[in-house]
Design a protein around this ligand. Structure first.
Ligand code: NIG
Ligand code: FE
Length: 402
């Protein structure tokens, strides 16, 4: 008897591996060893007489890879419900930001919150995402905006990964907004923020570096300085690019080999070509598009024509996307952005993993991490079709039910 093997049988698999649409396997089974998938195929093709430590009958459930939410700002204090009311009365997101609200109001609330409070609120959000099958989660800093508070937020994010069963990847987003103590001195702030990275990296707190390149964020030149600091430390970059205006951010990020460019409503043809050349993922965020009542769609058909991989995330944050449902984003990617259900699914699995630089997840295939979800559904397109509905039966994190 091999003590390490666990069998999960009687499932309909959507593997997203191989060339077949969805990678569907009827009458499928998974064999796991520890945290890894050892074998994926049809029940009928399983080696006879295999002795396993545990045998789970999935009773015909649909099984997909664990979902990857590859763009969130999960750690923050307070909320922005009052700002939502102001926007409904006609104030724009940019007006509120320029008047000192927006991101900066969340910075004040985050600095005032204890680390314990930040952890408790972010862990509760992470659990909500996990209940819909999220097994890998990216968390950005960006509401601390000082060495002390950025490091504190990254530490809280790491603690979520340590205490909850899901995998957390952390991203430094010190270049998110200008903190009040640097008013009128954005270049000085960027200089200082560049110096924080080495220590954060040495403390194991940061997997990637992001910036907000826009009229209410930082210029392309300032963004490039952050990217240079990241590059010197060997940290991959990504960018909030072309969300509210076209700053040429996507082309800049592509020059630095960015993992992803995110939002992209104002992305130009040259930005698309640069992303294609660099293999950069287009991270589409329908929650922010919807919640800011944007009307400019990201150029989905041009991205598709160029073969740029597309990913989908919640962009959970208190200002532009207070959303805790990646399944709802699956639906909105189809209804608002016109992705096909299969494209949307690849966007929360294999392409989302790629946007985090992770090759060991996002599909059901031998050698991949055993992160998978059993759903009360017959076909994965049903999950893109329904909304406000959670048919998740069971989530397996690295081979373990939790
Ligand atoms: O991804 N665009 C910049 N950052 C966030 C919003 C942050 C906020 O409003 O608090 C985003 O949309
Ligand atoms: Fe964001």
């Amino acid at each position: 008897m091999n003590p390490g093997l666990t069998l999960w049988r009687n499932a309909r698999l959507a593997t997203f591996a191989g060339a077949e649409p969805w990678g569907l396997v009827e009458g499928g089974a998974l064999l796991t060893e520890g945290s890894q998938l050892l074998w994926v195929g049809r029940d009928a093709d399983l080696q006879r007489g295999l002795r396993v430590q545990a045998d789970h009958d999935l009773q015909g459930a649909l099984v997909t890879p664990g979902l990857v939410d590859a763009h969130t700002h999960l750690v923050y204090g307070g909320d922005r419900a009052a700002e939502f009311e102001m926007r409904l009365q006609g104030a724009s997101y940019e007006d509120i930001a320029r008047a000192g609200g927006g991101i900066r109001s969340t910075v004040a609330a985050t600095r005032a919150a204890s680390s314990e409070m930040l952890f408790a609120s972010a862990a509760a959000r992470a659990r909500t995402l996990m209940q819909e099958g999220v097994t890998t989660l990216e968390i950005k800093s960006g509401y601390g905006l000082s060495a002390e508070h950025e490091t504190r937020c990254l530490t809280v994010a790491r603690r979520i990964g340590a205490e909850l069963p899901l995998t957390v990847r952390t991203t430094s987003l010190a270049a998110h907004a200008l903190p009040p103590e640097f008013a009128g001195r954005p270049d000085d702030y960027i200089d200082e923020a560049c110096t924080w990275l080495a220590e954060q990296k040495a403390a194991g707190l940061v997997d990637a570096v992001d910036a907000f390149c826009d009229t209410i964020g930082f210029t392309a030149t300032q963004t490039e300085r952050i990217f240079m600091a990241a590059q010197q430390l060997g940290l991959p970059v990504k960018l909030h690019a072309e969300q509210l205006s076209d700053q040429g951010g996507a082309a800049l990020a592509a020059r630095y080999g960015a993992l992803s460019c995110d939002h992209l409503e104002h992305l130009s043809a040259s930005g698309i070509a640069a992303m294609q050349g660099a293999g950069t993922v287009a991270m589409l965020l329908p929650g922010a598009y919807y919640f800011l009542r944007d009307t400019k769609l990201p150029p989905v058909q041009a991205l598709r024509d160029a073969g740029v991989p597309m990913a989908i995330a919640t962009d959970h944050n208190p200002g532009s996307s207070p959303c805790l449902s990646l399944l709802l984003m699956l639906n909105m990617a189809c209804t608002l952005f016109r992705l096909t259900p299969e494209e949307a699914w690849r966007g929360v699995t294999v392409n989302a993993a790629r946007a985090l630089g992770l090759q060991d997840r996002g599909t059901l295939a031998p050698g991949q991490r055993a992160d998978f979800v059993a759903w009360d559904a017959e076909h994965p397109r049903e999950l893109a079709y329904r909304f406000g509905h959670n048919p998740c039966l069971r989530v397996v994190f690295g081979g373990a039910d939790r």
